[in-house]
Design a protein. Sequence first.
Length: 296
Amino acid sequence: MTIIRWAIPAALATVAAFGQTPAATAPPPQFEVASIRPSPPGAIGQVTLGLRIDGAQVSMRQFALKDELAVAFNLKQYQISGPDWLATEKFDIVAKLPDGAPRDQVRAMLQALMIDRFQMKTHHETRDFPVYALVVAKSGLKMKELPADLADAASGERPAVNVSVSGGAGGVVANYGNGSFFTLGEDRIEGKKMQMTNVADMLARFEEKPVVDMTELKGKYDFTLNFTHEDYRAMMIRAAISSGMALPPEAIQAMERASGDSLFSALQVLGLKLESRKAPLDVLVIDHMEKSPTEN
């Protein structure tokens, strides 16, 4: 079923890569120069999108506006309330950092860019969400924490952020950089050097509720999740819906027929569990935003 191509935006895999946005006690830092252009159409059946940040430049390719807002404000997609087209309108952003600008200022710069080019106006609210809490099962964790990577512990200049998603009908690879990635294909998900916060973000793409990491695990892990074909297909359809894709009725029916049990069983093999809870979460409400940016 080709309708499940491809709804795994990279932005939500990257929101932990910057550090926190400083409190706005001074005029917000801004890029020296920035270009925002509609993303060119991709090849049919293929996806290639990514984000890169080094000491000189920020580059975001094939990202939906909702994902770019999630990166800028350090939020998940479900914490952004606005028009439906935020999930479908895609823009490439290329921006030059001021000399010596720390990475911690990138979020604030992206926020200022959105306000300037899209005439964006927002406010924050706290809302109660039904969520899945990702927790360690009562039987205990069945995965072994990977040894600390010498590169992770190295002091000095932080490496560039370089995150990408690529693939097609045969499978998808989401690369977090520094050897951390997960792959989708053949009714399974394989993860390498994954932190639990990223695992929760990944799982949220395939569930009807947000998934919040409550494991308190800080390490990195390798794992494999195996699914029935029906459940795997339903997960891909749900991911497509969450990304704003319009799907035919037969796709929705296929999703509803799947039991979903194999995801919970696959997590249980790893010693993990999804528990239904309620949690108060910050929500960014888009009060106004132009659909097209002002000229570069």
